[in-house]
Design a protein around this ligand. Structure first.
Ligand SMILES: [Zn+2]
Length: 555
């Protein structure tokens, strides 16, 4: 009798304590910032089959779940994975295997690096690289003689940091047939020395003369470059990316990674169309049916370049450039042509992603979205305009009215040398004082997202977030503030890089916040961004990146 009642008590105790559920992963003891307003903070997560099945306190998760794997977060900050809404990983990934001259701060350092690259990559025919700082050379005009001292037998071609100038040695110029009598191509300049010989520097379209004889990037190299770029993205906590100008060879690289399970980020590819006549070709790549599927790679977006850049005076302005009173830049599409193209894409359920730098380009883009809405009524395509260096105040409310998302590259929003040494003379202080109006658009009701435009700028979202908050150089090297009135908060920028980016990519049901049912795209940071001086945000490290429950990066 005695033993029977003891047994009953044991049985009833077991019955009262619910059995713990075994899941793939439990993460606990974290400072979890969920980006879900209904439950902003948590300590622990349970993850199964790639999705979050529970989120709450350490006790609540421990009571109900046991993980096959457990990660002790040791009090570190946890966020949803970052969304980079404008980058070029498939296009620029190859540069990570080439001669990287970024951030070298003397001519000697650059030449020494080229020499080292030449020694390391003996088997390759061409020596190709990029990222040299134009400002180090007199008239931004380096001589081929410096490269001939490295090699006269191997062709060398090095792109400048801004992409608008390249530097070649004599062998490369010979192979391209660029010589004394070669005329400048349209919209390009072959720089010449005092004797009239090509000096080695090529501007704008003149770069194509040499690029045209460099062997094309192979499919293998393209794919390997993309793998490296995605590793870099994961290292910065990026789990979702908009590929900002996709072409057939780039899509092929993505598809081959997707097929072998190597695609370590969610990707929306914006298929580039430079001319309405390209639409037929682009249609082979555009897939509106990808919308709202959980596929890692989706191609339900198109990229249109509305204008160029201020530095080259190709950005389209409402008022002329100060140094050329009859020149306001150029729109790449006629308004009627753009309206028709955007209306058709919108009708077909394709998202339109625009490049617009100048205020005339932004206005033309908004006008096209207005034309599409007039023709099609409201749609859920979540069109967006990237860069937004100048936006006329009259156009600011139109983003919210038209549901157009503002896609900022906030790392550009400080008084760097492009702005102080080039743009200021081109457009004057009044327009400089309106550049990158992040707060103005936010307060006018626009949804804000963030993108890197890598390889133009660092892919690190924390550098861009710090810059958006301070409007000053995140490295502390350049003094000054660009438009303090356009500062935004940490919370606003975290939203831009998480839930708003997810919305832009039509995946907010799956990513962008840490909630039950969403993918476990989770990052861990070395310091809590909410508890440190804003000037230190850019130096915080991501210590772990988890995509769909699997660690894709750990420091
Ligand atoms: Zn871009």
């Amino acid at each position: 009798m005695r033993s029977t009642s003891l047994l009953l008590i044991v049985i009833s105790l077991v019955a009262c304590a619910p059995a713990k559920q075994t899941v793939d992963l439990v993460m606990h003891h974290g400072a979890v910032h969920t980006m879900n307003p209904a439950q902003p903070d948590a300590e622990a997560l349970a993850v199964d089959a790639g999705r979050i099945v529970a989120i709450g306190t350490n006790d609540a998760i421990a009571r109900a779940y046991v993980g096959k794997d457990t990660i002790d977060l040791q009090g570190q900050m946890v966020l949803p994975g970052f969304h980079d809404a404008h980058a070029h990983p498939a296009y620029d990934g190859v540069t990570l295997s080439q001669c990287n001259l970024v951030d070298l701060d003397s001519i000697d350092a650059i030449v020494a690096k080229v020499r080292a690259c030449n020694d390391e990559q003996k088997d390759d025919g061409w020596l190709v690289g990029s990222g040299w700082n134009l400002a180090l050379f007199p008239q931004a005009n380096p001589s081929k003689a410096l490269l001939d001292a490295v090699s006269t037998t191997r062709p060398i071609l090095l792109a400048g940091a801004d992409g608008h100038s390249s530097w070649a040695n004599s062998k490369a110029l010979d192979l391209a047939g660029v010589k004394r009598g070669t005329p400048n191509p349209e919209k390009g300049v072959i720089e010449r020395d005092a004797n009239g010989e090509p000096s080695g520097t090529l501007r704008e379209t003149a770069q194509d003369l040499v690029r045209g004889v460099v062997p094309p990037v192979s499919a293998d190299a393209r794919r390997e470059g993309l793998v490296k770029a995605l590793q870099m993205a994961n290292g910065f906590g990026i789990t979702s990316i908009v590929e900002a100008a996709a072409r057939p060879d780039l899509i092929e690289a993505y598809r081959s990674l997707e097929a072998n399970g190597g695609l370590t980020a969610r990707v929306v590819a914006s298929i580039a169309i430079s001319d309405p006549n390209d639409l037929a070709e682009a249609n082979a790549l555009i897939r509106p049916q990808d919308r709202a599927t959980a596929a890692r790679l989706r191609a339900d977006s198109v990229k249109l370049f509305i204008d160029g850049v201020l530095e080259g005076e190709t950005a389209a302005l409402l008022q002329p450039y100060l140094d050329r009173p009859n020149w306001s830049g150029e729109l790449k599409f006629k308004p009627a042509e753009l309206n028709a193209l955007v209306t058709e894409l919108d009708r077909r359920g394709v998202q339109v992603h625009m490049h617009a730098i100048g205020d005339a380009a932004v206005r033309e883009g908004l006008d096209a979205f207005a034309a599409a809405r007039a023709a099609n009524g409201p749609t859920d395509n979540r069109h967006h305009i990237a860069h937004l260096q100048l936006v006329d105040p009259a156009d600011r409310p139109r983003f919210a009215e038209l549901g157009v998302i503002a896609n900022f590259q906030a790392l550009w929003a400080f008084p760097d040398k492009y702005i102080t040494d080039v743009n200021l003379a081109q457009v004057g202080q009044a327009r400089v004082d309106q550049m990158y109006p992040i707060a103005s658009l936010l307060h006018a009701g626009a949804r804000i997202v963030g993108g890197s435009d890598w390889a133009i700028s660092s892919m690190n979202p924390l550098l861009a977030i710090q810059t958006a908050i301070t409007r000053s150089d995140p490295t502390g090297q350049i003094p000054g503030v660009l438009n303090a009135a356009e500062r935004v908060s940490l919370a606003e920028m975290l939203a831009a890089y998480t839930i708003n980016g997810a919305y832009l990519m039509h995946q907010e049901k799956d990513t962008g916040s840490l909630e039950v049912g969403k993918f476990a795209d989770v990052i861990v940071l070395s310091r809590d961004l909410t508890k440190i001086p804003v000037e230190e945000i850019g130096a915080v490290a991501v210590t772990r990146t988890i995509l769909e429950g699997a660690t894709v990066y750990s420091k």
